[in-house]
Write a protein that binds this ligand. Structure first.
Ligand SMILES: Nc1ncnc2c1ncn2[C@@H]1O[C@H](COP(=O)(O)OP(=O)(O)OP(=O)(O)O)[C@@H](O)[C@H]1O
Ligand SMILES: O=C(O)c1ccc[n+]([C@@H]2O[C@H](COP(=O)([O-])O)[C@@H](O)[C@H]2O)c1
Length: 185
């Protein structure tokens, strides 16, 4: 079994995440892609609740035939939310699985602040996807969508509908749960 991991805040998930996961599933020889919402963000980002983000991730996964799944592993682990610790745990739990780790090229500038990135590279194949607007050497594939969760939150805060950037099933969960200031709107 070959699994690619896509860790993130998913606050909220958007079409860029879906495109990144689809691209990897379609071209990189993996059987499944697991979304791994952060439980405690290592850099202390303020996020909607873990459960709400999981529900939005699950709605995103239902856009696929089943190869995209949501992993609750970072809640199970607790701790500091460092990817190296999550990966070490998964490698031990699933000894017959080969893991890849997907990151967007925007993350490259943060890597010096990650814990033990060298060890991550020994445990997993790291796939750096070209996020539009963040060109970098050694990325895989064409530029992917110019969309971010920040942009989606900004649109929602201005009372606008980000229906071209967020799958409608994800927006439905956000509305039902009153996330991002949508309560009563
Ligand atoms: N449009 C995109 N193209 C390629 N990779 C992406 C895209 N959006 C997010 N990613 C990658 O997905 C992972 C998780 O992203 P995250 O949940 O932080 O979304 P984000 O849009 O960057 O959020 P925020 O705007 O809140 O920082 C990261 O590795 C990020 O680089
Ligand atoms: O391991 C680390 O040191 C580390 C530091 C910052 C972020 N990460 C992970 O990188 C992924 C993307 O983070 P973000 O901030 O873009 O949502 C997410 O899975 C985080 O847990 C990991």
């Amino acid at each position: 079994m070959k699994v690619a991991l896509l860790g993130g805040s998913f606050n909220p998930p958007h079409v860029g995440h879906l495109m990144a996961a689809s691209y990897v599933h379609a071209t990189q020889g993996v059987d499944a892609v697991w979304l791994m919402p952060t439980f405690h963000h290592p850099f202390g980002k303020q996020l909607e609740s873990f459960d709400a983000r999981v529900r939005m991730c699950e709605a995103l996964c239902r856009e696929t035939s089943g190869w995209l799944q949501t992993s609750l592993v970072e809640r199970e682990l607790g701790g500091g939310g460092r990817t190296v610790d999550t990966l070490a745990f998964l490698v031990e739990r699933y000894p017959d699985t080969k893991f890849s780790l997907i990151i967007g090229s925007d993350i490259l500038r943060d890597l010096p602040n990650w814990k033990d990135f060298d060890r991550i590279q020994r445990m997993a194949r790291v796939l750096v996807l070209y996020r539009a607007g963040y060109p970098a050497p050694d990325t895989v594939g064409p530029p992917l969508a110019e969309v971010s969760s920040t942009q989606v939150r900004d649109l929602l805060a201005r009372g606008l509908e980000p229906s071209e950037l967020v799958p409608s099933a994800v927006l439905k969960v956000a509305r039902e749960e009153g996330l991002f200031g949508l309560r009563g709107r």
